[in-house]
Design a protein around this ligand. Structure first.
Ligand code: NAP
Ligand code: MG
Length: 493
C-alpha cells in the first residue's frame, strides 16, 4: 500500500518559475523602418539638421532604427503647421466631426495592437505581456474615452462656455511611450487644440507609428505633429512663443526648468513629475494579496513607473511574515528577454538608467540597509537588474527619499496610523500611495491624510482613462485623465 501510494505521488518540483520553457513572441508583422523622419503638417520630412540618432533595443543592445533630430527650425515649422491647422480647420470643425477622427485613431490603434506591442517592447525593454495587455489597450481606451467627450463639453462644464487653448506642446518620457502620447494627444484634440509632441529620445518608435496612423486616419495636416529629438528639441518647444500650453511628463528636474522657462508668459502648463510612493500594509490586511500588490507595484515595468510603490511600510506584528513572503515571491519572478511571454521583469530602458539604479543599490548598502536580491540569472547582453529589496532602512536614507526609477524596494516597519502617515508623507514627492487593510475606516483615515494625488486601497497601479491622475508637491501639478483632464485643455468662462 505504502509502495503504491509512493508510486502514484506526483512530485511537483517547483524549483523556480524561471525553469519554464521560453515562449517568445514573434516579431513578424511589426515593421520597423531603418530610418524615421519628422512628422510635420501631415507629411514625413527630413530634419533641417540632417542629423539622425540611433534607437536601440535595450534587451540586446542592437540598433533598431535611426531617428531624426529636430532643431529649432524644425520646431518652428511644426508649431507653424499646428497654428495653421488650428486657425483654418480644427477649432472651427464641429466637435462631433473632431470626435470621428479621434475614434478613428482609437480603432486603428486597436487594429494594429500587436504591432504596437511588439515595437514598444523592442524599443523600450518592457515585457511583451505588459505592452500587449496594458500599454496598447489603455492607449486605445484613452482615444475612445476622449473622443466621447469632444461633442459633450457643455455637459463637462455645465452653464459655462469653453474654448480651446490653441497649440499644445507636449513632451513625454520613455517609460510608457505610446500610452503617454495617447494621454496627451487625446484630450488636447477633443477640446479643439492642435499638437506638437516630442517623444523621449530612447523610445520614439511607437509615437512615429502613431504618426503613420494619424496620416492614414486623414487627420487634417498639422493637427498633430510629432517631432523627435533630445532635450534641446523639448526646450525649443517649451520656449516657442506661439505655443499656448505645455504638457510635460518627466523628471522633477526638467519640470523645474520648464516652470522657470514659462514664468512670466501666459502659457498654461501641466507637469507630471517624479514620485516615491508608499505602500502601507496593516496587520489586518489579506497578506498574500498585499504581497502580490507590492510586487506588482514596484516590479511592474522594471520599476520605471512614476507612481511605483518604491517604499513599503509594514505594521510591526506582520513585518517578518511579509518580508519572508516577499523574498519567496521575488525568487519566482522571471527576469530576462522582454519578448518572452513568461517574463515578469524585462530590460532596463537604457545603460544610463541601469547605472543610476546600480548606483542607488550601492548607496543603500553603504547607508547600512540590508539588501536581498533574487538569484535570477541575467542575460549576458542588454541592460538588466535583479529585483532588489532593502530592509533595515532609515527614513532619512537616500533609498527611502529619492526616486530610483528601477526595481528597488525600501521596506520599513511601523506601529500606529499616525506614525505611518507621517513617514509616508515625509518625502518631497506626492504622486501616489497604497493602503492594504480590512477596515474601511482605516482606508478613509489614511486617504484623507496622505498627501498623494492617487491612493489605491487593496490594489495598486490601476489605471483607467476615466480617473484623474497627477501629483502634490514636487510630483507636479494639474491632472490628466477623466473629466479633470479636459479642464487643462480649455479656457472656461
Ligand atoms: P526627463 O529626463 O525629464 O525627460 C522627459 C522628457 O523631457 C523627454 O522627452 C526628454 O527628452 C525631455 N527633456 C529633457 N530635457 C528637457 C528640457 N530641458 N526641456 C524640455 N524637455 C526636455 O525624464 P525621463 O528620464 O525621460 O523620465 C523619467 C522621469 O519621468 C521620472 O522622474 C518619472 O517619475 C517621470 N515620470 C512621471 C510621470 C507622471 O505622470 N508623473 C509619468 C512617467 C514618468 P530626452 O528623452 O530626449 O532627453
Ligand atoms: Mg530604444
Amino acid at each position: 500500500m505504502a509502495k503504491a501510494s509512493k508510486k502514484n505521488t506526483i512530485k511537483l518540483k517547483f524549483d523556480s518559475a524561471r525553469k519554464l520553457a521560453p515562449a517568445p513572441e514573434s516579431k513578424a508583422g511589426a515593421k520597423i523602418d531603418p530610418q524615421y523622419d519628422l512628422f510635420i503638417n501631415g507629411k514625413f520630412e527630413k530634419p533641417t539638421s540632417k542629423k539622425y540618432f540611433a534607437s536601440i533595443n535595450p534587451a540586446t543592445e542592437e540598433k533598431l532604427s535611426m531617428i531624426a533630430e529636430a532643431n529649432q527650425a524644425d520646431v518652428n515649422k511644426a508649431v507653424k503647421a499646428a497654428r495653421g491647422a488650428y486657425d483654418k480647420n480644427w477649432k472651427k470643425m464641429p466637435p462631433a466631426e473632431r470626435a470621428k477622427y479621434i475614434y478613428r485613431i482609437a480603432r486603428m490603434v486597436q487594429e494594429r495592437a500587436r504591432e504596437f506591442a511588439i515595437i514598444e517592447t523592442l524599443d523600450g525593454g518592457k515585457p511583451i505581456r505588459e505592452s500587449r495587455d496594458f500599454d496598447v489597450p489603455t492607449a486605445a481606451n484613452h482615444f475612445f474615452y476622449y473622443a466621447g467627450w469632444a461633442d459633450k463639453l457643455e455637459y463637462a462644464f455645465p452653464n459655462r462656455t469653453t474654448s480651446p487653448l490653441g497649440v499644445a506642446g507636449q513632451i513625454i518620457p520613455w517609460n510608457f511611450p505610446l500610452l503617454m502620447a495617447a494621454w496627451k494627444i487625446a484630450p488636447a484634440l477633443a477640446c479643439g487644440n492642435t499638437v506638437v509632441l516630442k517623444p523621449a529620445e530612447n523610445t520614439s518608435l511607437t509615437a512615429l507609428k502613431l504618426a503613420e496612423i494619424i496620416q492614414e486616419a486623414d487627420l487634417p495636416p498639422g493637427v498633430v505633429n510629432i517631432i523627435t529629438g533630445a532635450g534641446s528639441t523639448g526646450a525649443a518647444i517649451v520656449n516657442h512663443p506661439d505655443v499656448n500650453k505645455i504638457a510635460f511628463t518627466g523628471s522633477t528636474d526638467v519640470g523645474k526648468i520648464i516652470q522657470r522657462a514659462i514664468a512670466g508668459t501666459d502659457k498654461k502648463a501641466t507637469l507630471e513629475l517624479g514620485g516615491k510612493a508608499a505602500n502601507i500594509i496593516f496587520d489586518d490586511a489579506p497578506l498574500d494579496q498585499a504581497v502580490e500588490g507590492v510586487i506588482n507595484g514596484i516590479f511592474f515595468n522594471q520599476g520605471h513607473v512614476c507612481c511605483a510603490g518604491s517604499r513599503l511600510y509594514v505594521q510591526e506584528s506582520v513585518f517578518k511574515e511579509v518580508v519572508r513572503k516577499l523574498k519567496d515571491r521575488l525568487e519566482t519572478l522571471i527576469v530576462g528577454d522582454p519578448m518572452d511571454k513568461n517574463t515578469d521583469i524585462g530590460a532596463i530602458n537604457s545603460r544610463e538608467q541601469l547605472n543610476i539604479i546600480n548606483n542607488y543599490i550601492k548607496i543603500g548598502q553603504k547607508e547600512g540597509a540590508e539588501m536581498y536580491q533574487s538569484s535570477a540569472d541575467l542575460p549576458k547582453k542588454g541592460f538588466y537588474c535583479r529585483p532588489t529589496i532593502f530592509t533595515n532602512v532609515a527614513q532619512s536614507n537616500r533609498i527611502a527619499q529619492e526616486e530610483i526609477f528601477g526595481p528597488v524596494l525600501a521596506i520599513q516597519s511601523f506601529r500606529t496610523d499616525d506614525e505611518v502617515i507621517e513617514k509616508a508623507n515625509n518625502t518631497p514627492y506626492g504622486l501616489s500611495a497604497g493602503v492594504w487593510t480590512d477596515k474601511g475606516s482605516k482606508i478613509f483615515n489614511l486617504t484623507t491624510k496622505l498627501r498623494a494625488g492617487v491612493i489605491w486601497a487593496n490594489t495598486f497601479n490601476k489605471f483607467d482613462p476615466t480617473s484623474p491622475f497627477g501629483g502634490y508637491k514636487e510630483s507636479g501639478y494639474g491632472r490628466e485623465g477623466g473629466l479633470h483632464g479636459l479642464n487643462t485643455y480649455v479656457n472656461v468662462v
